[in-house]
Design a protein around this ligand. Structure first.
Ligand code: MN
Length: 252
């Protein structure tokens, strides 16, 4: 891969702290100059993640409370509040009404609403949001709490309809796209319909694979290549576009 592309990659949603070589992976992203947002699933993980990424140039940490963990960890919301002033990025947060997590949906809504209210009050946060089988309530809540604020939402691994994507775009949301989303024709067709200026890339590692291996942030290059094919352009142009979108997103 050319140096220009390598230094332009963006992995906007990766669970860095779930890899056995967490620290080495941070160093790898720094070395390759991959902008990587390390998301956390519980605020208890914040101090260690924050410590390891407070002086990194390309790796950032998001403060999360994952909807799939809310059933057991809702009480950690106080800890989340405590760390919020240290965090520019928030996630993984959101809602999941898939069969395994449906039962905790009322609690998830409470937690997510709390998160949105706190972000609205604090301002200038960037959220990476999970919306499995719950796009409409997620967008309703984002609209209710974050409209007319300077907070920004990135919908991670979005699996809604085109109509829902259009509504999300109108609300100002970005979309971070991974290789698994592009593995089927219906996913590729959907991603092609997303507004170019709102497109980011992610791995959601270690929950996705690159061939036989667990995906690492550098594997977003394959996603960049797939997007280039879909858009009839080349990888450098897609990489530049995603990087420009990132700059727009994170600029104050
Ligand atoms: Mn995730």
């Amino acid at each position: 891969m050319s140096r220009a592309v390598a230094s332009n990659l963006v992995d906007f949603h990766c669970h860095l702290d779930l890899y056995p070589d967490f620290e080495a992976l941070i160093a790898e992203c720094e070395e390759a100059r991959i902008f990587t947002l390390g998301v956390t699933t519980t605020p208890a993980a914040w101090p260690r993640n924050h410590e390891l990424t407070r002086v990194t140039r390309h790796v950032r940490t998001a403060l999360g409370l994952h909807p799939q963990l809310v059933a057991e960890r809702a009480s950690e919301i106080d800890l989340w509040d405590q760390y919020l002033p240290e965090a520019r990025y928030v996630g993984e947060v959101g809602l999941d009404s898939g069969p395994k997590y449906y039962k905790s949906l009322p609690k998830q809504k409470e937690v997510f609403e709390h998160v949105l209210r706190r972000c609205a009050r604090a301002g200038n946060k960037i959220l990476t949001v999970h919306s499995v089988r719950s796009v409409t309530p997620v967008l309703d809540m984002v609209e209710q709490h974050l409209a007319n604020t300077d907070n920004r939402v990135v919908l991670h691994w979005f699996t809604g309809t085109r109509k829902e994507a259009l509504r999300a775009a109108q609300l100002g949301c970005y979309f971070s796209v991974n290789g698994t989303m592009l593995s089927k024709p219906v996913g590729r067709e959907f991603v092609t319909s997303l507004p170019l200026a709102r497109l980011l890339t992610e791995t959601d590692g270690p929950f996705t694979r690159s061939g036989a291996e667990v995906a690492r942030p550098s594997d977003v290059l394959a996603t960049v290549d797939q997007l280039a094919v879909l858009r009839g352009t080349d990888r450098d142009e897609v990489a530049r576009l995603v990087r420009a979108n990132l700059r727009d997103l994170i600029s104050d």
